[in-house]
Design a protein around this ligand. Structure first.
Ligand code: AMP
Ligand code: GLY
Length: 419
């Protein structure tokens, strides 16, 4: 079979890698891909906003199915568009993608189906938001409604910070804003919980914990993710049952009542407060770097899992995992998440990967036969091991061997599970 993968990050490299390991897959095309995908797939440089060009290429090259990695094309309706041309696609449609595309859509669904989440209010202008904030206790959370690449969330410690956040959102920092959300601050521990669904049934697809802040000790600005580990230390049968019954099932039921079947990965960002899960956000895709952390643990052929979803046969499939731990450290360009240099060479020629070690590229490309940096997050170093401590040690050993002058990384990924 021939497969197409849409996206260019570490998540998509890990997806291409898992597909390539299947003897059912003859060829992988990655749109547009990076230097890592170039070594195992054919990179095709098409603008992801140009659905028509993508469709023409997929049909012309008789690609059997397509996996959508990032949220933007999903929220923009790429699945609905490609399916109109009878292309098989793995990913949720436009209606379902509002779970990530509109925080207010999700909050209203939570309200209707009594899904536990932070208490919230929706405000249409800065005046009403500010007068509400004068009566609030702090910290409080302020969120832009639409997609903001993980940046549209403020946790404000006082009135002055909060009203600055409100102004920034209404002044269009994250795109035109007709409203915003103010919500209660939940004090607990975060957990990422993944399922995969074929529209009629779903299976759990693992748990993870990512580290969003740029500096060690979870300090500094939010980023796309500086590292992750799987499984989450909070994972237990009791918690899983609560997440499934109180959050996942009512969400899928709510979508069904909108005539919408959910097909794809669904990523619930949860806050666990005194043993009870609260929904913070949904993402309608795998997490990045959680995907790179999780996929190496998969035993079952990834292409069979995706195909079963597309064929609505997931029910019959048993998804099997390696029992060990997995930990990912992200190598970033100095300066990220603010300004950073691009086009700096990264020499990986002498790097020897040990068993159960993986390098997944993110912001890289090939120029004059050399790998050069092309983004803020550059490489993902993943190690699977019997414990998190040795997984981290081995990832850091590899980072020392790579010894990239222009880079930095967090040495404390997984500190809550490593003594
Ligand atoms: P989000 O983009 O919604 O995932 O939010 C980014 C980060 O803000 C989350 O990973 C949490 O760490 C934090 N956050 C969001 N909402 C809340 C909340 N209601 N209470 C506490 N922390 C939150
Ligand atoms: N790692 C967080 C995300 O993918 O949104």
């Amino acid at each position: 079979m021939k497969v197409g993968v849409i996206g260019s990050g570490g998540r998509e490299h890990a997806i291409c890698f898992s597909l390539k390991n299947s003897n059912k897959i003859k060829e992988v095309f990655c749109f547009p891909g990076n230097a890592g995908t170039a070594s195992i797939a054919t990179n095709i440089d098409i603008d992801l906003n140009d659905f028509k060009k993508l469709k023409d290429f997929i049909l012309k090259n008789q690609i059997d199915f397509v996996i959508i990695g990032p949220e933007k094309p999903l929220v923009d309706g790429i699945v609905d568009y490609l399916e109109k041309f009878n292309i098989k696609v793995f990913g949720p449609n436009k209606v379902a993608s509002q779970l990530e595309g509109s925080k207010i859509f999700t909050k209203k669904l939570c309200e209707k189906y009594q899904i536990p989440t932070a208490k919230f209010g929706i405000f249409l202008n800065s005046k009403s938001a500010s007068s509400f904030l004068q009566k609030c206790s702090f910290p409080i959370v302020i969120k832009a409604d639409g997609l903001a690449a993980g940046k549209g969330v403020y946790i404000s410690e006082n009135y002055s910070d909060a009203s600055k956040a409100v102004d920034e959102i209404f002044n269009g920092k994250f795109g035109k804003a007709e409203n915003l959300l103010i919500e209660e601050f939940l004090n607990g521990e975060e957990m990422s919980f993944f399922i995969i669904s074929d529209g009629t049934c779903f299976k759990i697809f693992g748990t993870a914990q990512d580290h969003k802040r740029v500096f060690e000790g979870d300090k500094g600005k939010n980023t796309g993710g500086m590292g992750a580990y799987s499984p989450s230390r909070l994972e237990s049968d009791e918690l899983t049952q609560k997440i499934i019954n109180n959050i996942i099932k009512p969400t899928l039921e709510g979508l069904k009542n909108l005539n919408c079947e959910y097909k794809g990965f669904l990523y619930a960002g949860l806050m666990i407060v005194n043993g009870d899960p609260f929904l913070i956000e949904y993402n309608v895709r795998m997490g990045d770097p959680e995907c790179q952390t999780l996929l190496p643990k998969l035993k079952t052929d990834f292409s069979i899992i995706i195909n079963s979803c597309i064929e609505k046969k997931l029910q019959k499939l048993d998804i099997e995992w390696h029992e060990d731990k997995s930990l990912c450290v992200v190598l970033c360009s100095k300066g990220y998440p603010d300004a950073y240099k691009k086009n700096i060479e990264i020499d990986l020629k002498k790097i020897d990967l040990k068993k159960n070690q993986y390098i997944f590229h993110a912001g890289t490309k090939i120029t004059d036969n050399k790998i050069v940096s092309n983004g803020g997050r550059v490489l993902n170093i993943v190690t699977r091991s019997y414990d998190f401590k040795s997984a981290r040690e081995n990832s850091i050993k590899l980072l020392n061997e790579i010894n990239w002058d222009n880079g930095f990384y967090r040495k404390d990924i997984g500190y809550k599970v490593i003594q």
